[in-house]
Design a protein around this ligand. Structure first.
Ligand code: ADP
Length: 238
């Protein structure tokens, strides 16, 4: 039987240095972290502090300079390009600030791009109903509002039933009310599907929805806070 309480990620001494010409940026300077199954983690911190770098490495989009990332007992650093692609395809759903939908495909077709290659996907229609867009299946991105487009992007991420939902500023381009709807979908996915979620945000109000809040500063975890009780989006005062 799998040990479901074992960490999803064990991160040890993680560093990342970017070199562009003669310049060197130490984006991560030694991160240690265990991520537990089903956790909702919020990452807060100033721009340039290393949040996206950390999320991209955990999601297999980027590789570390030093240290270890162990995903369910397997060292991600040992994976080659094909192994990382498989890891992303099988286990990770990404949501970015920009929705990255294909304009010439409908909502349903955008989600099907993923469900066509996933091992055990939910039908695209079910994923779109999950995010509240059951009535918009055949709309093109240009016929949808920003918040609706972001919900299509979440449907696309969730449809493959990923173990991890990694969100980089998912409400960064949205107004308040629309952003709230998007966060509700992320919170519900975490609560009801048990998907481990990590969300980068500038909105400290979201922190109340988290199991743990990581404050990132200068490439390190400066503090970890554990809100006394995980709030639902409806309970948050925005
Ligand atoms: P945050 O997400 O907290 O805004 P990032 O992880 O995006 O921070 O960036 C951390 C630092 O690494 C910044 O100084 C940024 O300019 C630098 N950086 C990020 N990605 C790259 C890259 N691909 N090449 C060079 N420098 C980068």
């Amino acid at each position: 039987m799998p040990d479901t309480s074992a960490p999803v990620f064990q991160v040890r001494g993680l560093t990342k240095t970017y070199r562009t010409g003669a310049a060197e940026v130490q984006a991560l300077r030694g991160v240690d972290l265990d991520v537990l199954p089903g956790e909702f983690i919020v990452l807060l911190g100033p721009s340039g502090s290393g949040k996206s770098t950390l999320l991209n490495i955990l999601g297999g989009l980027d590789t570390p300079t030093g240290g270890q990332v162990i995903f369910r007992g397997r060292e991600l650093g040992a994976a080659d390009e094909a192994g990382l692609t498989r890891f992303r395809r099988e286990h990770v759903g990404f949501v970015f600030q920009l929705y990255n939908l294909i304009p010439s495909l409908t909502a349903r077709e955008n989600v099907q791009l993923v469900t066509d290659i996933a091992a055990d996907p939910m039908p695209a229609e079910e994923a779109l109903r999950w995010v509240g867009l059951g009535e918009r299946l055949d709309h093109f991105p240009s016929q949808l509002s920003g918040g609706e487009q972001q919900r299509v992007a979440i449907a696309r991420a969730v449809a493959k039933r990923p173990q991890l939902l990694l969100c980089d500023e998912p409400t960064g381009a949205l107004d308040y009310e629309t952003g709230k709807l998007v966060l509700e979908v992320i919170a519900r996915t975490n609560a009801e599907l048990g998907t481990t979620a990590m969300v980068i945000t500038h909105n400290a109000a979201i922190a109340g929805m988290a199991d743990r809040v990581l404050r990132i500063a200068s490439g390190r975890i400066a503090a970890i806070e554990r809100p006394p009780r995980k709030l639902t989006p409806a309970e948050i005062s925005w």
